[in-house]
Write a protein that binds this ligand. Structure first.
Ligand code: PEP
Length: 249
């Protein structure tokens, strides 16, 4: 059996202030967090430094919510992975559904950014998942495979990737996938990955569930073998985030 470290990410999206983000981090610093859970917080870019400077717990690190596929230059408004490294930010979220849908990021663009971040030494939380229309059309797995293939076409080493399976219809809606459905899809994702990146890497890669995960419903996922943690939006801003981090104890 695999020994994948449980992983909980908090995506603050475009929310928070100096005071509120410091308060969230202070709350986590003073919580008795398990030593065997990797926690990654993704504040808005303007607060990355503040987050890095305030985190005390050894098991917590920081992620950006996006980054570009160039190191520097005339790209007004974009975020460089070189800046992330300079700020001691080891992670970046790429391919979030809000980036895909609102900002029209393509599979290929996300794959290019993933490759660039990894080649530069920044680890990637790679988000995938189907929309409600795609779910209704029965194409959930096809969509996830297409999104993953764009990355596996250009990235061979997946050791610094964490996958977040986030059905778009579950994000911010209060309608989480059932633990059984998440396990079913995530198991099929892992089986598919065996055919593209090989069984060893597919067995080692962590696959998170994301979409309206909260302090109450995460316990339902406890015995699901292919759910290696959660990517959490709304609930990561609340004290119940601690309960999610502790949900596998
Ligand atoms: C997300 O944005 O990655 C997410 C899962 O959001 P929420 O938990 O609010 O559904």
């Amino acid at each position: 059996t695999q020994n994948r470290t449980f992983f909980v990410g908090g995506n603050f999206k475009m929310n928070g202030s100096k005071a509120s983000i410091k308060a969230i981090i202070d709350n986590l610093n003073s919580a008795d967090l398990p030593s065997n859970v990797e926690v990654v917080l993704a504040p808005p870019a303007p607060y990355l430094s503040l987050a890095v400077e305030n985190v005390k717990a050894k098991t917590i690190s920081i992620a950006a919510q996006n980054a570009f596929d160039k190191a520097s230059g005339a790209y007004t408004g974009e975020i460089s992975v070189e800046s992330l490294k300079d700020l001691n930010v080891p992670w970046v979220i790429l391919g979030h559904s809000e980036r895909r849908t609102i900002f029209k990021e393509t599979d290929q663009f996300i794959a290019s950014k993933t490759k660039f971040a990894l080649d530069s030494g920044v680890k990637v939380i790679l988000c995938i998942g189907e929309t409600l229309e795609e779910k209704k059309a029965g194409t959930t797995l096809d969509v996830c495979k297409r999104q993953l293939k764009a990355v596996s076409d250009v990235v061979s080493d997946w050791s610094n990737i964490v996958i977040a399976y986030e059905p778009v219809w579950a994000i911010g809606t209060g309608l989480a996938a059932t633990a059984e459905d998440a396990q079913d899809i995530q198991h099929q994702i892992r089986e598919y990955l065996k055919t593209t990146i090989g069984a060893d890497q597919a067995n080692a890669v962590r696959i998170l569930y994301g979409g309206s995960a909260n302090g109450k419903n995460v316990s339902q996922f406890k015995d699901k073998a292919d759910v290696d943690g959660f990517l959490v939006g709304g609930a990561s801003l609340k004290p119940e985030f601690v309960d999610i981090i502790k949900s596998r104890q």
